[in-house]
Structures are given as structure tokens and as C-alpha cells.
Design a protein around this ligand. Structure first.
Ligand code: PEP
Ligand code: MG
Length: 455
């Protein structure tokens, strides 16, 4: 089995098409999972290390990353992938320092060699000397002291020095994370990636199972808001048991709301579970990947049918702004949506036409690119004119530079991975809105992401 899978994966990896090439990792992933079932144990299974290590790999699948034990994995460095791939998103939520897209050279290190991984700067230092190690330990201690100070202040709201409050909420993927989010200082959940409840299993969770999961979250949140994004399957999030047809361009294919509209057997039970859970706490619904007004109207109509069937109360319905057409149609979409949340991970890849998981392009697919910032600016202006609020739940919201520019652009709510909450709140408390507005204005006028970062 292993030999055949390896051979096939090598064949796929040697294809010219970059997108197909990347599927080699998926093939290996499936191969390993089958192997795990065939064999009782498998030494190489990620997460079964006997001592803490930095894991260096060609690439990791989202499901492998989700299984990693943060106590044993000090850091991750992958040759492929991009910073907004779902593998990187999961690593961030597990608080594992990671470097992705480092190129194949990193794979040539001897297995037991020593290295220093700096996830903030994206640097891997090979064969460090004693002086380097000493310095790294010092930096680590300073960093831990800073994080501890931020943690102690994590329940204080993010109010700027001139009195503007920015809501800081968390992105989660499962029921247990709601409690962790509150403990980390999040003021609610700005994005539940509900599709994560559908991964790593053999069939979709039933309506009742989903209701139990969503209401466990409202219980843990104890009155704080919960935004449940309806299924965003497709792209780099595959759900094998759905047996969806392979697509040449999965990121441009039947994903997100398109799949929900095509599969009412998935969409309706989920909406029923959400409306039932809304009776247990403040829940909002959010549709992913909206590209047209028709999609939003169709999704809303189904939601309303489900609500009436159940006799449930009305809840706010918002949309993700991830597709350039949604930005351009924001004034029209605002008439049918109670709020917007910008998904900068997808918006960046669609604005710049650069696959977010592409090994060589992902580096350039930077959400701080002025083209993306201008899109967000347009979205905020259209929403404000229609009396709607705008949040951001892409990776940019959890990056200090990104968070400041977003606050300056008039974004009201920032949603991020749990480990970023305390740090972003403390950064925002140290700034004035006026300064951040000035920063945002300068950023909008830049010519490149590098120029924006240099500000
Ligand atoms: C995004 O695209 O920015 C987003 C938050 O959704 P996801 O990362 O799950 O695609
Ligand atoms: Mg997205």
C-alpha cells in the first residue's frame, strides 16, 4: 500500500500544473490514514513523538495538523503551503510557532539537528552556536514575559487612548474552543468555522449533533455573541465522505455558499440546528463566499423557510466579504445583510489572483497589499452608508500591523485565532484612533504590501 501510494504521489508531484502537484500531499494524507487502519500502529504518525521537536515537513494536511500535540511540537516548518492555508490557521490556533512555504531546502536537514525557529519573523536558523542559543533563550524569555503581561490584561476591553472601542472576538472550529476563547479574553466568537465539525469523521453530523455542539458554545459564551458561519466546504477543506466531484480549480469551484445552495441535505439541517441553538444564546448566521446578490437572496429565503418551520425567533444574518464582486456590490448586498465580515484570506487570493496555498505565490499574497486595503475601505464605506457594521475575520485581523490599519479603516470588530486575542487587545489599547486613521490613509496610498509594512 505504502509503495503504491508513494509512487502515485510522486507521479502527481511531478506534474507541471502547480495545483495538481499540491494534491500529492492529499494523496499521501489519505494513504497514511488508510495505512493507520491497516496497521495497528504507525511509528511515523504525527503527534507521537517521544521528546519535544521542531517538525520539518514537505507539507502537512489540515487533519494532520489538527492532531498534533502542542506539548510535543515546539514548532512547524513546511517546505510548501501558505500563511493563510488552513494548515497554518490550525497551527496558529494551537499556538504552535510555524513557518510555511520555506522551500525544499529545509528538507535536507539531518533529523536530529538543532535549529531555532522564529515564527514571527518567519526565519529558521540552522546549526546555531552556543551564543545563538543563549540569545534565542533570552528572546524567548522576554517574549514570554510580554505574553504574560498581555494575558493579565486580557479581560480589559480594547479602548483606544482617544476612547474608541474595538470589539475583539475569536475564530474557533469546535465546541471546546468557545470556553478557551472566553478564558483568553475574547468578547465573543466572530467566526465559527462550522465545517471543522464535519472534518475527521465518516458522515456529516446530524441536526441534533450540531444543535448540541452549537448550544454547548452558547453555554460556554454565557451571553457573549456567537457568529456561526454556515458550511464553507471546498477549496483546501475537503470532506472525503461527501464524494464531491474533483474540480480543476477548487477555489473557484462549488465551495462555500454555492455548495450549500446545491446541497439542501447539508444546508437545511445546519440552519435548523442554528435556529434551535439561537434560543439558547445570542447567535448570528453568516454565509461564506457570497459573490452575488442572488446567492444572498436565495440563502436568506431558505433560512427564512427553516425559521418559520421551527417557529424560531429572527436572528441577524450577515455575509462574508471574500470575493471582489461582493465588495463592488456591497451597497446592494447591505440591503439584504445585517452585517459584513471581511475574510481577508480569501479576499486576498481572489483580488491578487494568487492561490492562498501556493508554495511560491503565497508569500506575495499579502493581505496588507493596498489593493486589498482599498477593497476593505470600499466595503466599510458602503456598509456605513447603509447603517451596517463591518468586522474582519481573516488572518490580517490577528496581525498587529493589520489590526491597526483595519481599526483605522473603521472596522468595528476584529476576529482572530485565540492566541492572538490578548496581544491585539493590548496593542489597540496603546494606540489612538486618530493615529490609526492616519496610518490607514497612508497605507491606502502605498504601491505595495512591502511599502505598507514599512509604515
Ligand atoms: C477568510 O477567507 O479570510 C476566512 C476567514 O475564511 P477561511 O479562512 O475559513 O476561508
Ligand atoms: Mg474564506
Amino acid at each position: 500500500w505504502r509503495q503504491s501510494i508513494d509512487e502515485r504521489a510522486q507521479e502527481v508531484a511531478s506534474l507541471d500544473d502547480a495545483l495538481l502537484k499540491e494534491r500529492a500531499v492529499d494523496l499521501q494524507d489519505v494513504g497514511h490514514r488508510v495505512l493507520r487502519l491497516l496497521a495497528d500502529t504507525l511509528e511515523e504518525e504525527p503527534g507521537t513523538f517521544t521528546m519535544p521537536v521542531i517538525l520539518v515537513a514537505e507539507d502537512l494536511s489540515p487533519s494532520d495538523t489538527a492532531r498534533l500535540d502542542p506539548a510535543m511540537i515546539l514548532g512547524i516548518c513546511t517546505a510548501g503551503g501558505g500563511p493563510t492555508s488552513h494548515t497554518a490557521i490550525i497551527a496558529r490556533s494551537l499556538d504552535i510557532p510555524a513557518i510555511v512555504g520555506a522551500g525544499p531546502a529545509v528538507l535536507h536537514q539531518p533529523e536530529d539537528s538543532l535549529c531555532i525557529l522564529d515564527g514571527d519573523a518567519g526565519n529558521l536558523y540552522l546549526e546555531p552556536g552556543d551564543g545563538d542559543l543563549h540569545l534565542a533563550h533570552q528572546v524567548q524569555q522576554q517574549w514570554q514575559a510580554l505574553r504574560e503581561a498581555e494575558r493579565l490584561a486580557c479581560y480589559q476591553p480594547a479602548i483606544t487612548t482617544d476612547g474608541q472601542r474595538i470589539e475583539v472576538v475569536a475564530n474557533i472550529g469546535g465546541a471546546s474552543e468557545a470556553e478557551q476563547a472566553v478564558a483568553a479574553g475574547a468578547e465573543g466568537i466572530g467566526l465559527l468555522r462550522s465545517e471543522f465539525l464535519f472534518l475527521q469523521r465518516a458522515e456529516p453530523p446530524s441536526e441534533d449533533e450540531q444543535f448540541i455542539a452549537y448550544s454547548a458554545m452558547t453555554r460556554a459564551l454565557n451571553g457573549l455573541p456567537l457568529i456561526i458561519r454556515t458550511l464553507d466546504i471546498g477549496g483546501d477543506k475537503e470532506v472525503p465522505y461527501l464524494s464531491l466531484p474533483a474540480e480543476d480549480n477548487p477555489f473557484l469551484g462549488v465551495r462555500g455558499i454555492r455548495l450549500c445552495l446545491a446541497r439542501s441535505d447539508l444546508f437545511r439541517p445546519q440552519l435548523r440546528a442554528i435556529y434551535r441553538a439561537a434560543a439558547t444564546g445570542p447567535v448570528k448566521i453568516m454565509f461564506p463566499m457570497i459573490a452575488t446578490v442572488e446567492e444572498l437572496r436565495a440563502a436568506r429565503a431558505i433560512a427564512e423557510e427553516v425559521r418559520v418551520e421551527l417557529g424560531a425567533a429572527v436572528v441577524d444574518i450577515g455575509i462574508m466579504i471574500e470575493v471582489p464582486s461582493a465588495v463592488l456590490m456591497a451597497p446592494e448586498l447591505a440591503a439584504h445583510a445585517d452585517f459584513f465580515s471581511v475574510g481577508t484570506n480569501d479576499l486576498t487570493q481572489y483580488v491578487l489572483a494568487m492561490d492562498r496555498g501556493h508554495p511560491s505565490l503565497a508569500r506575495q499574497a499579502d493581505a496588507l497589499h493596498p489593493a486589498v486595503l482599498r477593497m476593505i475601505d470600499m466595503t466599510v464605506k458602503a456598509a456605513t452608508a447603509a447603517g451596517r457594521w463591518v468586522g474582519v475575520c481573516g488572518g490580517m485581523a490577528g496581525e498587529p500591523k493589520g489590526a491597526m490599519i483595519l481599526a483605522g479603516l473603521g472596522v468595528a470588530e476584529l476576529s482572530m485565532s485565540i492566541p492572538s486575542v490578548a496581544a491585539i487587545k493590548s496593542r489597540l489599547r496603546a494606540q489612538s484612533l486618530v493615529d490609526m486613521q492616519a496610518l490607514a490613509k497612508r497605507a491606502l496610498a502605498c504601491q505595495s504590501a512591502a511599502e505598507v509594512r514599512a509604515l
